[in-house]
Each structure stands twice: as C-alpha cells, then as structure tokens.
Design a protein around this ligand. Sequence first.
Ligand SMILES: [Zn+2]
Length: 473
Amino acid sequence: MNATYLEPVDSTVQRATSSEPLAVLAARSACGLEHSIQRFTATSDQNLGHLEVQAAQDVQSLLREAVQRGAQAKADNTPPLCPVCQQKLSRLSADHPRTFDTRFGTITVNRARGYCKRCRKWRVPADTALGLAETAGYSPAVQEMAALLASKMPVEEASVVLEHLTGVKLPRATLDREARRQGQRAQRLRSQLDQQAATQKPQLELTLEPYQMIIQMDAWNIRERDDWGQSAVLRRRGQEPERWHWVYIGTCFRLDHRGQSAGGRPVISERGFVATRTGMDGLREQLHAEALRRGLGQAAGALVISDGAVWIWRLADDRFPQARQRLDFYHAVQHLAAVGRTLFGEDQAKLKAWLKPLVQQLKNESAIKVIGQLQQALAQLPGGPAAEAVQREVNYFHEHEDRMDYRAGRRRGEPIGSGPVEATCRQNQCRFKRPGQFWSQTGDEALLCLETFWRNDRWRLLFPHTSFDPAQN
Ligand SMILES: [Zn+2]
C-alpha cells in the first residue's frame, strides 16, 4: 500500500470557523484518529512513527480552534485597564484584530483598544494578558521555541529543526529576529534582577555549616562583523571587516554544593553562570549579583580561582576584595613545564624526571620550595636567552606565590583548578564559535543572556508557561 494519505494536511484549510462546541469538533477529530489507526493497522510498510505524525495532524485543527477560542475569550474578559499603570482606559473601541502564529497554527483575535491618559499611550490590555505585548506575531510558546533553539544552534538549522519537529514555520530571518527580541527582554529582566540582588539585604538563612563561595572567571574570543555592508570599503582601506572580541565568563558556587558523582567525578549541584559581551564592567557587576544570589552575603569566605590573567585579579580586588585568590594549579604546572623545556629541550625523559617531583612539591608542600629549586637551576645556567626565560618564570612564581596555597586548599577540600569555568567556556564556544559564523555585539549579548537564563534555571522567569525545568534534567 502506498502512503499518500499521510501527506501533511494544511491546517489552515481545515480551519473550523463554525461556532460548534469543542466537544463536536473533538468528536470529529476522534473519528479521524480512528480512521488513521485502521489505516495504520492495515498497512505493512508503516511503523509507529507514521501513526505519531498522522495523529498529531488529526488533532491539529482541534487544538488550533481551542487556542483561538481561548485567546478570544481571554481578550473579551480582560478589563480595560492600562497594563502599565492600571489606569482606566478611555476612548475604548472594540474589534482590533491581530493575527499571530501559535504552536498549532495561525489564529486571529479581536481586541479592544483604549487610551491611557496617564501614560499618554494607546493600549491593548488583551495583548499583555495573552503574552503578546513584546512580540510581532508569535504566541508565547513560539517565542520560547525561537529563543531556545537560537541560543542552542545556528538559526539556519534552528528554523529547519523547528519546522520538522513541531510543524511551526519560522523562516530563518524571522526566527533570528524573534530570538533576539526575547534575548533583549532577558537582558532587561537580568538588569532588574541584578539590581535587586545588589540592593536587597541578604535573607538570614539558617546555614548549618559555614561555607565558602568559589568564584571563577575566564574569557574567550568571538568573531563579530561590526560593519555590515562595509566590507569592500574597509578592505580598500586595508582593514578587515571581521574582528575578534572578548566574551567574559564567570561562574560561582558554594563549596558545600560540590560533591562527587557515582564515578568519583566532582559535580556541583547548584552553580551560577555569567556570560557577557559588554566588557569587564559588565562581567564584574553581573558576576557580583550572581554571587549574591547564590549566597555570597552569608558565606564565611570567598575564593577566586583563575588562570592568572591580570584583569581577573584586578576585577577580584575591585569587586571581591575580601576574597582569597588562587592561581589555577594547572597553569602553574604549565609554567614549570616551560622551565623544563628550556633546561632539557626535546629530552622528554629528562624533562619528566625533573618535572614530576616539582609538581608534587607544588601540590603537597609549598611554592617557596619550588621557587628555591628554580633558582638553583637558574644559577647553573651560563646566562643568555635560556637564563632570561627561566628568570621570567621565577618572577612569575614570585608574583603569584601567595596565590599558590595548594596544600592548604586541598586540606580544606577546596578546588585548586579552574576546571568548571573552563568547561563553561568550551560549552559556550561550541555554540558561539563555529566556523564561518559572524555575530554582532547586540545579537551576541541577547543570545548569551538567554543561555545564562537557561543555565541558571531562570528560564521560567522568561517563559512562565513552561513546565520544563532545566535543573531537573
Ligand atoms: Zn498607563
């Protein structure tokens, strides 16, 4: 048997415009489902997937009709008050139609419009009640789909994946625009939340055990094209139109929220993320707010761990002045290895034999002892570039000596490496640093902001209708 009857039915053709009760429409859909089951049962070349697709189509127009009627009833039921200031609206007029796409197809709602004398603006209260206020033609569920997909994958893929999985058609450019709009909404909400966190007095929470707050920062490069349409002009001037910009990343967590997986891998149950293209100032304020939300105010102490970039220590001194500072252990080891390569060149065996006890010493004893060994090695060199290179590393260890308390840190059960933030960087880069991708600053920030809402388990603040909780998955 062939499967021509499985061809997608255009839901707009089937649109029920009658005033029949939903129960009647549902009965009609149920008949359709019965037929589909019979055809499916009698067909040898179809598996359950065929029935799943067909069944969704059989009920599509019923669902669309239900959403249409619900939206209209809600609009009719919305009091004529300004959604911003609650003032009663004047010069009311009815029947302003608005057409938009929902998860189940296109619907049109007639809304009332009125003038708010206090705001001096025309208002459509039903739009706010339905969650349409800030979007151009998409229901909240579709807004969420665009936001989630665009923050997880390139928009050209997102558009195809969305249509394939849900039937919702959002052309690439539209999906992009909608996702950015949602990202900008997320940015506004983030500023509000950050402001609240910075001004609110910390709630006195009963903490059974004093805990430390761990804070980590890093940065990675993103490729952006700043001057769209100006490429030829810029090239004639000898400039390249694309540029690399820094994305700043931060993460924070309570040390007592760090545990171990069944396999012994360290896992952190609750962790705050920050990712921003708005420069170090943006990172500083966002990370501070995030740390406050995660309990910095009640922490017994804080610890900043980083790879040693100067800007990070400056930022830490500035915004987390009480925090202790620790250089990422693996970066310190890399600097030891650099000395080893200067001393032993390509002789891997000698290099390893020299390096291993030093790494152990750094981890289990003290940085001062390691510096002593480096100085001994330096004294045996005749001078020249090799000696200069080793001297540089000796200076480096002197400079960070106070940040190399690995033994004490390990005894207290604190991390000595900045693994979590580096993992975050890698995950971000998978999405934001693909070959051939260009970004604009505003677009980046919007999508990065969506990503942080998702990862911080605040997705529901943006899309209250969603029942999905990333923290539980
Ligand atoms: Zn108003």
